[in-house]
Write a protein that binds this ligand. Structure first.
Ligand code: GPQ
Length: 825
């Protein structure tokens, strides 16, 4: 008789001694170096894997708990994730920072020095990708069984630099020094087909089942990163796919006949699929490689989801009880057709049953109202790249349009409007329509957005299927954007509220409401903001050479550069301040530092020129001794999640000035308000809900609302009439036109002036007067320090609603119908 071996489940120790021992062990045996010869990256890497292993331990227990419970899982499909730096997060979530600081000190290094090697994975463009990361954080924190699926782009969002004030893009080789946070799982690789032909199944009388013979096959190799919950044992994962050439994907015959280079070329082509993130935000791109990326993500992920389902389940009837898939915008929507194909063609499920399963499995989040952001793909391209999927789309559309015709007999107009296929010179597939048809629930990301979706973009669908439409207002994780970004404020909040419970129950911030009336608390609040501003000023000076006064009002506009977000309106205000100071240098002005941050898509010429203009204005302002006494303009390059975490805690004023009806939600607005910045904003996106909560007295509202903007457009908007009617506006535009920001050259920024006076697509000129007047109110309010501080505290106190924990709870209740699974320590 052999004795039963103990179960093979190693756990890392949870004492300081264990941690130190593991650090040394990792330095030696993982990194292969010694304390004496360790470099900065050695130190970072060693610390990272030591912290990571604490999470791996929790992950193992999470996987065991999930296996035992066999719960319904949420699968989040997204082409983008902006996770931010990992080290601080994981120190916080494992509560090991208190050990690491003294150990590092003993070794003569600082945590801050090691952190420079912590490269954020820039696998997204902006709000959509960051939202995905916030939702994953909250799912783990709420013990929701979930997996995020994405693409492991070799190059993430480009690095922005400025040359002569112009944006220059550089590649983001984010894994150059290796990524200690990810685990490759090559055994879970999947094969993905493209191109080729389809064949009828002679045994299928319905003609709905076919056989696809791809012309090209690519391998998808996954790796995963850990997504820990805060204050819980749950660690979920995000699984990222990288494309590799498969044996089948290149022509072995070519090697035999001396076409070595051509054969290798096919390998390169296959691996190009996950090479680079498309740096476009809220615009449609329509490139074949992008569609390939989308299908690659979807095909790998669905196969993996089915593999996971089969670990504990069999048969298809129960599939949608165990699997719920959330489609993050239209990018992964081809999943609807892929699941149909897998079920019907590969698993022999009948069409109707497959459709029931598919529709029950998917849900779709729409993140925009901009027509140019709603993806459509040419039928011809789909026919070539994904021939079987195109056939399935035709079939789905056929049955769908039968339903439409039954609901609206004789109304061919509604059929044309709702069809998944857009007719015209070039027939195209409307991915948003496919998403709505193939989903149980469709949601917008803020109240106004959902309302406008139902009234405009998806009106016909909302009329036919009102029960499918939901609003789930976005949120942000308080762990990263308060606790990690703003440790000083977090400490103050914890002192005021008695404990750290607010970090997972953000509505508890309401408790700060009474503290707003306490002068000592207000002084402490101001002191925190000031220290944050001193720190930011130092960082900005290092990156731009411009020193900002920490006592000036910190006025920040941080977001992607896009015409609808109206950086041009902010710039007109800055130039108006310049002109006022020039006209009356002796007057008193509220000192301001205006900080811009954000990238423009590399092909978005109008916005790249605007970036150049911001830098040119900054140059003039900061080097003019008279103006610089009252005003500074800074534009630190390469705004990203890491930089957001530095800027947001130091902001006094949050610029949320999009044309009403254009910003779906915004999430930077929430992060800034939570950190005590006051908002100057339009009635757009989630601004409305922020104002409803913080109170009209604590929010600087200006401009047209969405109906007014729509009415002005209908009445024939003429920017020139606004230009002519307003002296200060005319002067501001004329200052640009005069060449004052281009050393007298009138041609450089002429296109900016033309865009303003010609179309002014987003009606910045119409809102100019209201905006500038509102900024004067801001300046007045700033001079009453005690009142401003009170408003600031109330902003934080009343923004608990905007936690992504609340967002995820709403998804769970309204859409996902999933229950948490507790993981034992
Ligand atoms: N958003 Cl469609 C993006 O960041 N990229 C996109 O391609 C689309 C939307 C944003 C949207 O503009 C913001 O208003 C939202 O707050 C954000 O998605 C998350 O929902």
């Amino acid at each position: 008789m052999t004795e039963a071996r103990p179960r093979l489940r190693r756990t890392v120790g949870d004492s300081l001694e264990d941690f130190e021992r593991d650090l040394i062990s990792n330095l030696y045996y993982q990194r292969g170096t010694t304390i004496e010869s360790a470099s900065g990256p050695d130190g970072y890497h060693t610390l990272a894997v030591t912290v990571r292993d604490r999470l791996v331990d929790r992950y193992a227990r999470t996987a065991a708990a999930h296996y035992a419970a066999n719960p319904r899982f949420v699968y989040y499909l997204s082409a983008e994730y902006l996770l931010g730096r990992q080290l601080r997060q994981n120190l916080l979530y494992t509560d090991t920072e208190r050990w690491v600081r003294p150990i590092a000190e003993d070794l003569g290094v600082s945590l801050e020095a090691l952190e420079v090697y912590d490269v954020e994975p820039g696998l997204g463009n902006g709000g959509l990708g960051r939202l995905a990361a916030c939702l994953l954080d909250s799912m783990a924190t709420l013990d929701i069984p979930a997996v995020g699926y994405g693409i492991r782009y070799e190059f993430g969002i480009f690095k922005q630099t400025f040359r002569d004030g112009q944006q220059v893009e550089r590649p983001d080789d984010w894994t150059f020094y290796g990524n200690p946070w990810e685990f490759p799982a090559p055994d879970d690789r999947q094969l993905v087909g493209f191109y080729g032909t389809t064949k009828a199944d002679p045994k299928d009388p319905t003609g709905l089942k076919k056989h696809w013979v791809p012309g090209e096959t690519v391998r998808g190799e996954p790796s995963h990163m850990l997504v820990p919950g805060y204050g819980t044992q749950t660690v979920n994962i995000i699984r990222l796919w990288q494309a590799r050439a498969s044996r089948e994907s290149f022509d072995l015959a070519r090697f035999g006949v001396g076409q070595y280079v051509e054969a290798v070329d096919d390998i390169v082509k296959a691996e190009n699929i996950s090479k680079v993130l498309y740096p476009d935000d809220s615009t449609e791109l329509g490139r074949e490689l992008r569609l390939k990326q989308q299908y690659f993500l979807v095909a790998c992920s669905l196969r993996d989801i089915i593999r996971r389902y089969r670990l504990r389940n069999s048969g298809w009837e129960g599939f949608a009880d165990k699997v719920v898939i959330q489609l993050n915008d239209t990018h992964p929507v081809v999943a609807v057709t892929e699941l149909m194909r897998l079920l019907v063609d590969e698993h022999g499920v009948g069409w109707d049953e497959a459709w029931t399963i598919t529709r029950r499995t998917f849900n779709y989040t729409c993140h925009t109202l901009l027509p140019e952001a709603l993806e459509t793909w040419p039928v011809r391209l789909l026919e070539r790249l994904l021939p079987r999927h195109m056939e399935i789309i035709y079939a789905i559309n056929h049955f769908f349009l039968e339903e439409v015709r039954a609901a609206y007999p004789g109304d061919e107009d509604v059929v044309r409007r709702m069809s998944v296929i857009q007719e015209g010179d070039e027939r195209r597939v409307r991915m948003a329509h496919l998403a709505v048809v193939g989903s149980t629930a469709v949601n917008g990301v803020a109240e106004l957005h959902t309302k406008l979706l139902a009234e405009t973009t998806l009106h016909d669908f909302a009329a036919l299927w009102p029960e499918r439409f939901h609003n789930i207002t976005n949120g942000v994780t308080p762990r990263r954007f308060l606790r990690m970004a703003n440790p000083r404020l977090s400490t103050l909040i914890t002192e005021a509220l008695g404990d750290e419970g607010w970090l997972t129950d953000l509505e508890r911030l309401h408790g700060l409401g009474t503290a707003a009336d306490d002068p000592a608390f207000r002084a402490a609040w101001r002191d925190v903001k000031r220290q944050n501003k001193v720190e930011l000023a130092a960082a900005v000076e290092r990156s731009t050479g411009v020193l900002a006064d920490p006592d000036a009002l910190a006025d920040v506009m941080i977001k992607r550069f896009h015409e609808y977000k109206r950086q041009q309106l902010k710039l007109l205000h800055v130039i108006t301040m310049v002109n006022r100071i020039r006209a009356d240098p002796q007057a008193t002005y509220v000192p301001r530092t205006v900080l811009f941050g954000g990238k423009a898509a590399p092909g978005y010429h109008a916005m790249k020129l605007l970036i150049q203009l911001v830098n040119a204005v900054a140059d003039v302002v900061n080097t003019d001794p008279v103006i610089a006494r009252h005003l500074r303009v800074v534009f630190p390059p390469d705004y990203n999640v890491t930089k957001a975490q530095f800027v947001i805690p130091a902001a006094d004023l949050s610029e949320q000035i999009s044309l009403a009806g254009k910003e779906a939600s915004g999430t930077g607005n929430m992060k800034l308000a939570l950190n005590g910045a006051l908002t100057i904003g339009t009635l757009d996106g989630a601004n409305i809900e922020i104002r409803d909560r913080v109170g009209a007295d604590n929010f600087f509202l200006f401009g047209m609302d969405a109906p007014a903007a729509a009415a002005l457009r209908r009445s024939g908007y003429s920017p020139r009439s606004f230009y002519e009617a307003d002296f200060e506006l005319r002067l501001a535009v004329d200052t640009i036109a005069s060449g004052a920001f281009a050393k007298g050259d009138r041609s450089v920024f002429a296109p900016v002036v033309e865009a303003m006076l010609g179309r002014d697509e987003y009606m910045a000129l119409a809102d100019y007067r209201a905006y500038v007047d509102c900024q004067d109110t801001v300046a007045d309010a700033w001079t009453d320090t005690e009142r401003w501080t009170r408003m600031s505290i109330l902003n934080t106190a009343r923004c608990g609603f905007f936690s992504s924990d609340r967002t995820v709870r709403e998804y769970c209740e309204q859409i996902w119908k999933v229950d948490p699974v507790r993981v034992n320590p």
